[in-house]
Design a protein around this ligand. Structure first.
Ligand code: PDD
Length: 280
């Protein structure tokens, strides 16, 4: 695989990251995941804007990523992925500093890394729906920043995986927030609910696209928390993310909630979202 690393395109075997990289030592960095449909990078500008917000939060120069569209195109080409559905991963850390200290000097050069990998089509879950578990949120309170510090997500998803379940949904003070790598939606009597944009959820790019779809098709949408105790009264659930698109949830295992299949509102939103992906 050819990867991008600090201005160069290298064979992955030749990509060497210092053990003093602050990403490795402190998770001092941010990342993005972008979908390439085979024709187009989806919502590229929105992903760059979110990455810039993260870089600003960390105090890293956001201008560093101004040439990323070109880098993504070159990565796809050099890995023979042009025309094939793929995912681009971008990670920027504060850079390398020896000795290890929590504080940093402002003259460090950030480490900029990106790769492109084929995305194998997931034909099962978007059709049949998936199961989730609920997990008490033990993340920090700036979940709106897409930091590489993903240990809570790793542990919660591994717990779900151990039960043959694909996703864990974070709950804080009885309120449903989002999944470990997805945004969560519930539908009750035709109204679509999803958590509001606070510092406890990531402002998902697919979430935003889905809200737009709802507005365009007069599907009422409320950015309002769903209470864990209210979940049983909801008719439909679905998740959104760059890689899962719009995927129905048919079981919430921890609460023994089961739905036979994706409901009509989810199916409508999913169809419109796929139409947007395919038309771009
Ligand atoms: N995850 N919430 C969290 C915590 C996420 O990590 C993600 C994305 C989302 C959905 O955001 P978007 O629609 O912009 O992909 C919500 C990426 C895909 C990941 O970590 O792989």
């Amino acid at each position: 695989m050819i990867v991008y690393f600090n201005g160069k395109y290298l064979n992955e075997k030749d990509c060497r990251i210092s053990p003093f990289d602050r990403g490795f030592l402190f998770s001092d960095g941010v990342y993005e995941v972008i979908k390439y449909t085979g024709k187009k990078l989806i919502c590229f500008d929105e992903h760059m804007q979110r990455l810039k917000t993260g870089l600003n939060f960390l105090g890293i120069n956001p201008e560093l990523i101004n040439s990323f569209r070109d880098i993504c195109t070159k990565l796809l080409k050099s890995n023979n992925l042009s025309g094939k559905q793929s995912v681009i991963y971008i990670q920027i850390t504060r850079g390398t500093a020896n000795p290890r200290t929590h504080f940093y000097k402002n003259n460090i050069s950030p480490t900029i890394y990106a790769n492109a990998v084929p995305l194998s089509p997931n034909d099962v879950e978007p059709q049949k729906g998936m199961s989730v578990i609920l997990e008490k949120d033990f993340r920090w309170s700036r979940c709106n920043i897409k930091t590489i510090s993903l240990l809570p997500a790793v542990l919660a998803r591994q717990k779900a995986f151990g039960q043959n379940i694909s996703e864990a949904i974070w709950v804080r003070n009885g309120l449903i927030e989002e999944g470990t790598h997805t945004n969560f939606f519930g539908i009750k009597r035709g109204i679509v609910y999803t958590a509001p944009l606070t510092n406890y959820i990531l402002p998902g790019i697919t979430r935003r696209a889905v809200i737009e779809i709802c507005k365009n098709y007069d599907i009422p949408v409320k950015e309002k928390y769903i209470r864990e105790s209210e979940l049983k009264h909801f008719d439909e659930f679905f998740l959104t993310s760059t890689t899962l698109d719009v995927t129905p949830v048919i079981r919430i295992n921890s609460l023994n909630i089961k739905r036979k299949k994706a409901g009509p509102v989810t199916e409508k939103i999913q169809k419109e979202y796929f139409d947007i992906l395919n038309s771009q």
